[in-house]
Design a protein around this ligand. Structure first.
Ligand code: ADP
Length: 246
């Protein structure tokens, strides 16, 4: 099996409290893998261990077959791990296309120079437009990001993360704060992304998770309770029990 992202016996303790308890996660290359679990289950802690924001007490993080446990966040980004930008990373007065083009430029190493080779800049615009088309944002390409609905702004954050051409994208509640009327469309756009990017998703809305994911890991009290296909998880009595208590 070809795994894009794995953890091996990952443990994170805060003082005496075990927030991540021996988690061994296997995210297949190209998967839409969701991490679910009740509040306090340890989802955010796990994501922070994956990105390198937190250091594990023990265990390993493996990215595309390489042990990255000792690597800093930016080094993991360089190796293909991306997470969505926070909303304040958006340039409110730039158009959508200009924002994404800037992010593509940054990857191409053109951003810091004031002299831009014209051909490469045109390529960056082309690539940005292609990304917007994939995320169904082409119709708002020339709008300022500040004028867009919140759901669209969240999609632009995803476009900015994708501009770095990551192999793995971590989506931490992309629909948080997005009105339900927009969240379905948001997920349809994400579902349209090519399979060369592996996605690990944390999402509270089970309806969205079951539509989107092909693999689900259920986290409870810091440990993996069970994992499998959406069908398996939906019919799993252990999972039902956990969510009935919520
Ligand atoms: P989730 O994202 O699933 O809601 P979290 O990862 O945020 O869960 O939290 C898991 C548990 O770890 C919670 O009980 C939380 O209080 C605890 N926790 C998270 N971060 C810290 C920290 N920096 N110090 C102490 N406890 C923490």
């Amino acid at each position: 099996m070809n795994y894009a992202l794995q953890t091996r016996n990952l443990v994170k303790k805060f003082g005496g409290f075990v927030a991540t308890n021996d988690v061994s996660l296997n995210v297949e290359a190209g998967a839409r893998h969701a991490l679910i679990g009740p509040n306090g289950a340890g989802k955010t802690t796990l994501i922070n261990l994956l990105t390198g924001f937190l250091e594990p007490t023990s265990g390993e993080v493996i990215l595309n077959g390489t042990n990255v446990t000792q690597l800093a966040q930016h080094q993991r980004v360089k190796r293909g791990l991306a997470r969505t930008f926070q909303i304040n990373r958006l340039f409110a007065d730039l158009t959508v296309l200009d924002s994404v083009t800037m992010a593509v430029n940054e990857r191409l190493g053109l951003g810091a120079r004031f002299w831009k080779p014209v051909a490469s800049y045109a390529e960056a615009v082309d690539e940005a437009a292609h990304l917007l088309a994939t995320l169904r944002l082409l119709d708002v390409a020339h709008e300022k990001t500040r004028n867009l609905a919140y759901g669209k702004q969240r999609l632009i954050e995803i476009a900015l993360a994708l501009a770095a051409k990551p192999s793995v994208l971590l989506l931490d509640e992309p629909a948080a704060g997005v009105p339900t009327s927009e969240s379905r469309e948001l997920f349809e756009s994400i579902a349209n992304l090519p399979r060369d990017v592996t996605i690990l998703l944390i999402e509270h809305d089970m309806d969205l998770v079951f539509r989107f994911a092909d693999q689900i890991s259920v986290l409870v009290s810091g440990a993996v309770l069970t994992e499998g296909t959406p069908e398996f998880i939906a019919n799993n009595p252990k999972v039902k029990e956990v969510y009935l208590g919520e």
